[in-house]
Write a protein that binds this ligand. Structure first.
Ligand code: C5P
Length: 222
């Protein structure tokens, strides 16, 4: 049976992981959250007191690091060296440092290789920043999810409150803008819409509407 790849990219908090998970479930594909991999490297580097710009040391650490996932609802579980880090990697200090780690070429090479290996084995929905442009450039389905900064900050705010994290809305908006800027302007595979990606603006759409829209696109292409 032919393996299908669905690439979902877009800026921070555009709802990628929420809809990617639902779409994967509907089609019986696996889901791969590539952001969780960059977050995992960031967490381990911080725990080891490494300088986040020390590329060779961080890449050496990463090569000795196992990052794995197990399915879960509503969040899949993430493990670094078999220790669960599902919640740790979503803490604000990780969120605000991850773009620095993600700009290191050696880190990207290693993680992109791992991502391609996962994608080769299964039909997959993979979300991130460079899936359609760099990781799976031949994916038959590429979606670029966007939403206004205010809408994304509000979504993140609600998510945070549910997790007991109190960050003022204005600060979240600022942090999202800073992260998008770093992700869009880095040298190696910056966040950008692939030429053949379909843009979906989710600003005034419900999760269900976005899932339906993507489902329609997938069904047209497979
Ligand atoms: O998707 P999420 O917000 O968890 O991603 C965290 C960070 O990881 C992004 O801001 C970006 O710096 C990095 N990332 C990346 N390439 C990907 C996925 C995430 O550079 N494919």
């Amino acid at each position: 049976k032919q393996k299908i790849q669905v690439a979902i990219d877009g800026p921070a908090s555009a709802g990628k992981s929420t809809v990617a998970k639902l779409v994967a479930k509907n089609f019986g594909y696996i889901y791969c959250d590539t952001g969780a991999m960059y977050r995992s490297v960031t967490l381990k580097a911080i725990q080891n007191h490494l300088s986040l710009s020390d590329e060779s040391t961080i890449v050496a650490m990463l090569k000795q690091t196992k990052i794995s996932f197990t399915p879960g609802n509503p969040v899949q579980h993430v493990f670094v060296d078999d220790k669960e880090v599902t919640e740790d990697i979503r803490q604000p200090n990780i969120t605000n440092s991850v773009s620095t780690i993600a700009s290191l070429a050696g880190v990207r090479t290693e993680l992109v290789n791992r991502q391609r290996e996962i994608a080769n084995q299964n039909s997959i929905v993979m979300d991130g920043r460079d899936i359609g442009t760099a990781v799976l450039p031949n994916a038959p389905v590429k979606i670029f999810l966007i939403a206004s900064v205010s809408e994304r900050a509000e979504r993140r705010y609600k998510e945070n409150i549910a997790k007991g994290i109190e960050t003022p809305l204005a600060q979240l908006k600022k942090e999202i803008e800073v992260r998008d800027h770093k992700d869009s302007t880095r040298k190696v595979s910056p966040l950008t819409k692939a030429k053949d990606a379909i843009e979906v603006d989710t600003t005034s759409m419900t999760i269900e509407q976005v899932v339906n829209e993507i489902t329609k696109i997938i069904n047209q292409r497979i």
